[in-house]
Design a protein around this ligand. Structure first.
Ligand code: SAM
Length: 353
């Protein structure tokens, strides 16, 4: 990927905050401003041409504008109606889709774009506990979610890993979104970092650079360091999801990274299935963005005794999860991303779930 060139190719994705306005109201406002609304996205997939925009074909609350469209001074952005959020970063909350009255935890929540999307999907009903270790980032979450008109969020400055699962609220939790710290290796739209919450997300990510200069020994040392870092990130990610599975009434858990590495994606999923199957399984493709073409990599799904041993098994597991390949035109015109959704097997003791 050539830095800079890719940035130019990425469309500007805008989430319409349904707590405040409908997509049609926003479309009408942009048309009144002189923009041309395209009834269909460009085919083959490409960013919309200058001064045009369209509705996203997978997410019905998302509008797609030309690369580098600067909307930060637009009154609809200033008032919280428009949220600048990459398309792939909207996948986890869209897949988790908790019912309006649910108790939900966003375990690694700051700076809070996914938390505010959860609140939007729940129409401010139920309760969201948004937890983050980093107080500065959690304060950004409070500011962003207040601006977005969210009223069902309780922000907690604590480690998700040490939450007491038996408190009255936590024992009612049925849905958990987990977007833990990762390598951030899928993030390419660095321009965003100057201006919105992505700055915070990127700052937290551990960029793993493998040097292409220097001698063979230097390259080997860098490669070794990267391997160790990915291993420790993978272990942390497995620990987070395993913790989520201990909440007594949790039914559904979405796990996501903005990483391109299998060590944080398919490998984490396989380790979790090994540990927790048959109590937990992957939610099938039919309920995980079924029309999204890019799925997991079967070759990265490891064997699991009694569950995965053939190529067909590996393909089935990979089909349950979602990937986005960063950049374009061969990529998906967004940041690199990965989402898997786990669901508990068996009946719920919570009414309506
Ligand atoms: N979901 C966020 C969003 O969409 O805006 C981005 C989350 S970012 C990738 C990962 C977050 O996990 C960081 O804010 C980091 O401070 C937080 N974190 C790391 N370890 C944690 C832990 N043990 N408990 C809670 N939060 C943690």
């Amino acid at each position: 990927l050539i830095e800079g060139e890719d940035e130019l190719l990425l469309p500007r994705y805008v989430r319409v905050n349904l707590l405040m306005k409908t997509p049609q109201q926003v479309i009408d406002a942009f048309i009144a401003d002189g923009w041309t609304f395209l009834p269909e996205p460009p085919s083959p997939p490409a960013p919309p041409p200058a001064n045009t925009f369209h509705l996203d074909e997978h997410l019905d609350f998302m509008l797609v504008f030309p690369p580098k469209s600067d909307l930060h001074l637009h009154p609809l952005y200033v008032s919280g109606v428009l949220i600048l959020q990459d398309k792939a970063s909207c996948f986890p909350a869209a897949i988790l889709a908790p019912p309006k009255n649910a108790y939900v935890i966003d375990g690694c929540a700051a700076p809070g774009n996914k938390t505010s999307q959860l609140a939007m999907g729940m129409g401010n009903g139920g309760k969201i506990i948004a937890c983050d270790l980093d107080l500065r980032r959690l304060n950004i979450l409070k500011r962003l979610t207040t601006k977005a008109g969210c009223t069902n969020i309780t922000a907690l400055n604590t480690s998700f890993l040490t939450l007491d699962t038996t408190t009255p609220d936590n024992s009612k939790v049925s849905h958990i979104l987990l977007d833990p710290s990762c390598s951030g290796s899928g993030i390419i739209n660095r321009l965003d970092h100057l201006v919105d919450a992505y700055a915070e997300e990127q700052e937290q990510a551990t960029i793993l650079e493998t040097t292409t200069t220097g001698g063979a020994a230097e390259r080997a040392a860098a490669e070794e360091k990267k391997k160790e870092r990915l291993k420790s990130l993978g272990e942390f990610q497995v620990e987070c999801v395993s913790k989520a599975m201990t909440f007594p009434n949790v039914r559904k858990i979405s796990y996501s990274t903005c990483s391109i590495y299998a060590e944080e994606n398919e490998h984490v999923v396989t380790t979790l299935l090994k540990k927790h199957w048959p109590t937990w399984k992957l939610t099938p493709r039919a309920k995980v963005l079924p029309t999204w073409h890019r799925r997991g990599y079967p070759s990265e799904v490891c064997d699991i005794p009694g569950l995965v041993s053939t190529d067909e098994d590996r393909a089935k597991i990979a089909d349950c999860v979602v990937r986005a390949v960063p950049g374009g035109p061969e990529g998906d015109l967004m940041n690199g991303f990965f989402v898997a959704c786990f669901e508990r097997v068996g009946k719920s003791s919570l009414p309506g779930l």
